[in-house]
Design a protein around this ligand. Structure first.
Ligand SMILES: C[C@@](CO)(OP(=O)(O)O)[C@H](O)COP(=O)(O)OP(=O)(O)OC[C@H]1O[C@@H](n2ccc(N)nc2=O)[C@H](O)[C@@H]1O
Ligand SMILES: Nc1ncnc2c1ncn2[C@@H]1O[C@H](COP(=O)(O)OP(=O)(O)O)[C@@H](O)[C@H]1O
Length: 276
């Protein structure tokens, strides 16, 4: 329960089931075409009314993260001109390809909008390319550099295991290491998948274009993907975003939890989730 007068907001992990890099703008940002879904697991924000903005970090993955103005929670409050006393319980690895700070910024805006009974601000891509899609935090097609977000009809829930080998991969490095920046987009019209199995089958024909450069920059990503693909419960394994987090899709939540148990000896960050 949150303290009286405070609100709690989940900052869910953002997973790119696909990530096609289709071009590059003159400012260097890359044009993307991505099917994005969100997990039922993430960072947890508790936001209380306050005269001045404040941020307290807690949780098992808060070490090394800034609490000053460079934290995306504080950047979100400054962007909206709102103040609040935010406690951020970090449960997602940072710089991990699963939206981390971007999802925290989006959750800060959602929570304060509720607390202040105010509309969400526009132009949140100024906080980061991933913030607009994280603001909606629902299945969407993300295009442009991340600012074009088309919500999708509710997908059949997917079950998965998220795995991070504990290495930070700087996003710009991976984009710079792309061998081609003009790759085919996804089909103009996405199918109306009748069930999760049909969506998974369709995903095999799609890509994460940042996976090859990540594999070349960080061999640990290859070790994770190999281990996931060897597991009997893995229906499809792929890196999310610019990595290093990878996901393995399974047919049930129980299968994801059992797979996570089998990965407990790796020393990696392992989290069973349901994606929608
Ligand atoms: C790659 C993606 C895919 O969803 O996710 P993550 O791997 O970060 O989770 C996102 O585009 C990341 O979004 P975000 O993490 O907000 O990126 P930003 O902080 O805005 O930009 C970090 C750097 O990534 C590069 N960048 C980011 C987005 C984009 N469309 N083109 C880029 O070239 C730029 O070098 C930029 O300076
Ligand atoms: N609330 C936050 N959570 C995680 N990282 C943050 C946060 N605020 C700022 N950062 C910084 O942002 C970078 C990671 O951003 P993040 O969104 O977690 O990466 P990714 O988009 O790859 O998941 C790190 O350099 C980290 O220091």
């Amino acid at each position: 329960m949150s303290p009286k007068g405070a609100v709690q907001e989940l900052a869910p992990a953002k997973i790119n089931l696909t990530l096609h890099v289709t071009g590059q703008r003159p400012d260097g940002y890359h044009l993307l075409d991505s099917l994005v879904v969100f997990a039922d697991f993430g960072d947890l924000l508790t936001i209380a009314p306050a005269e001045a903005p404040s941020l307290t970090l807690t949780g098992p993955l808060s070490a090394g993260l800034p609490t000053d103005d460079s934290n995306l929670v504080r950047k979100a409050m400054a962007f909206a001109g709102w103040t609040g006393a935010v406690t951020l319980e970090k449960r997602l690895p940072a710089a991990a390809g699963i939206g981390g700070g971007s999802s925290d910024a989006a959750a800060t805006l959602r929570g304060l909008a509720r607390l202040l009974d105010a509309p969400l601000p526009a132009g949140t891509e100024a906080l980061g390319a991933d913030v607009p899609v994280c603001l909606a935090a629902r299945a969407a097609r993300m295009q442009g550099v991340g600012e074009v977000v088309t919500p999708l009809p509710a997908l059949h829930p997917l079950h998965a295991v998220l795995v991070n080998p504990g290495i930070d991969i700087p996003t710009p490095l991976i984009f710079r290491a792309l061998s081609s920046k003009t790759n085919p987009p996804m089909p103009v019209d996405l199918p109306d998948w009748p069930d999760a199995a049909a969506l998974i089958d369709w995903l095999y024909g799609m890509r994460n274009d940042l996976e090859p450069p990540a594999l070349s920059q960080a061999p640990e990503v290859g070790a994770v993907l190999d281990r996931l693909r060897q597991d009997k419960a893995c229906l499809l394994a792929r890196m999310s975003g610019s990595g290093a987090t990878c996901f393995a899709l399974t047919d049930t939540r129980h299968a994801a939890e059992a797979m996570a148990d089998r990965l407990s000896d790796t020393g990696w960050w392992v989290q069973p989730v349901t994606l929608a």
